[in-house]
Design a protein around this ligand. Structure first.
Ligand code: HEC
Length: 103
């Protein structure tokens, strides 16, 4: 019985962890990054309709590709490595990759 409760609790915590990482990723996308990703990119999951950069819904980048672009910048997209924490970069990459993979 005790063990079952522990398992249930671990599951709940894991769920809460996922939700908040997702929330953090969305927040970085729409407001924390300056300028925000949403200004330049379309991403339905974030309610973003920017058109300066490619539509991420169409490009469907995986997590590694998003992290690379955010860390180093690409073309007119600025690099965010000095501005966002590793945790924020990881969260936004995860958020985008999950959103466009339909999971
Ligand atoms: C000032 C506008 C602007 C902002 C802000 C911006 N981007 Fe971009 N982004 C672009 C442009 C333009 C490109 C295409 C660059 C090229 O291919 O020359 C791009 C490309 C990308 C790519 C594709 C990279 C590849 O490998 O082809 C990803 C993924 C991406 N951006 C994610 C993000 C995320 C996440 C953020 C927020 C942290 C962000 N962008 C903020 C303009 C922007």
């Amino acid at each position: 019985m005790r063990r079952l409760q522990a398992a249930g609790l671990a599951w709940l915590l894991a769920l809460a962890g996922t939700a908040s990482a997702d929330e953090l990723g969305r927040k970085v996308f729409t407001e924390a990054a300056q300028p925000p990703c949403a200004l330049c990119h379309t991403l339905e999951a974030a309610g973003a309709t920017g058109t300066i950069g490619p539509s991420l819904d169409e490009l469907k980048p995986d997590k590694a590709r998003v992290m690379e672009a955010v860390r180093t910048g690409i073309g007119v997209m600025p690099r965010f490595a000095d501005q966002l924490s590793e945790q924020q970069i990881e969260a936004v990459a995860d958020f985008v990759a999950k959103a466009v993979s339909g999971r």
